[in-house]
Design a protein around this ligand. Sequence first.
Ligand code: FAD
Length: 452
Amino acid sequence: MKIIVIGANAAGLSAASAIRKNHKDWQIDVYDKGQYISYGSCGIPYYVSDEVKSLDSLITLTKETMENKRKIPIHLFHEVKSVDFEKREVLITDIKSGNDLKEKYDYLVITTGGKSNTTKISSDADLDHPRVFKVHTLGHAKRLKDFLTATKINSAVIIGGGYIGLEMLEAYEAQGVKNLTLIGPRLNFRSESQDFIQKELEKHGVKIILKKRVKTIKSVSNEKLKVILADGEEIEADLVQLSIGVVPATDLFKNTKLGMLDNGAIIIDKFCRTNIENVYSAGDCASVYHKLLKKNVYSPLAPAANRLGRLSGSHIAGKKVDPFLGIVGTAIFKVFNLYCAQTGLPEIFAKEMGYEVQTSLITINELAHYYPGAKKMSVLLRFDPNTHLLLGAEITAPSSLGAKKIDVLATALSMKMTIDDIQQLDLAYAPPFAPTWDPILVAVNVARKKCK
Ligand SMILES: Cc1cc2nc3c(=O)[nH]c(=O)nc-3n(C[C@H](O)[C@H](O)[C@H](O)COP(=O)(O)OP(=O)(O)OC[C@H]3O[C@@H](n4cnc5c(N)ncnc54)[C@H](O)[C@@H]3O)c2cc1C
């Protein structure tokens, strides 16, 4: 058997390694257009802030380990340009030499990941200005950190209020950037949980511009840019970071018969099979089944990329594997000293699913009130007052202890628990970990009072 994997990061290497584990003699080749493999993009904000000192520590597996121990050749700087699904043949360009080569496959695994979305900014924007940065790849991260280390800057505008934009603010502050502006439609959450993030940003002096559209970015000089909003407001800065979302890197499959969602995410089934025989996909280039929405959605996050990458490889290898039953929309992120998490459905989607939506929001001590360092956390629950079914939750907390309680609620959502079921849970207590009445139990007690 001859396997070709496109993309050498979380999903691709998980797939290749799972195949190798089961078949020592199959030929597996991984092609990646970039320089780095097997790295944790999730660590980029902490590398830029210098909490993580070296770029190498973000890398899990090296090319040498993959090739010498796992016997999987990794072809770096090799970009797959097109795939002929009829002939089962891949056209690859060796970026360094410029030469093209064609390779046949028995199975193809597409794990090309995502890319920064720039389509929301006008096409005349000066995106090639030396002080416009993205933070999607390790290459981007290195370029940004090298720049911040070498150049003293006073102001930065971060475009995008998603978790990456929010996490990066801390990195700029740590690098001594005094004037930070964040522009976005909202602060990640779609509810009043945003207020806690807003307060945290204000504590750190971040100027927040919400619900306004960026029209374009223009060069003022080699050292200055201006961000122009749709209403004409102009903000000058020494640096602009673009983090306005991720889109699947699947342009090369446009106009092919590969099934994709409207945004280009490759549609896969519960074993990562696409609509084309012997072609699998996983990770940020693919869709993922949402258990609550009961459909494939685009949710580019690391746990599913790793898990589905491995699942695709095991399935190709012929191993008996459990199908992937879906995500419930769980995510976690840190904004300066505020730890934020969410799971389940935002109100708008819950209503689309036909639920009546009720919410309850509490603020409560994260630890026993007398324990040193006890501070407030918030728990927002979204539920159906008729069926008492939990629909979603959001947490903000002063430490990871509080924010990670989201996993209890993610489990409850996965198991279709009602808030009455959650109220019966036996949750751990000791003063350094929680109050006697765990914040989750207090939150469901408050929610129950709003139920019919
Ligand atoms: C700054 C940042 C922070 C993040 N933080 C978190 C977090 O805290 N938690 C979380 O769950 N997720 C986080 N993520 C998302 C997470 O990193 C991704 O979900 C994960 O990396 C996806 O892995 P992947 O293998 O699908 O794709 P990628 O990591 O994008 O890898 C795809 C690979 O394919 C290669 N490629 C693309 N096209 C071609 C082609 N035509 N030919 C050859 N090679 C090609 C690329 O060079 C790339 O190496 C973060 C992402 C970023 C950018």
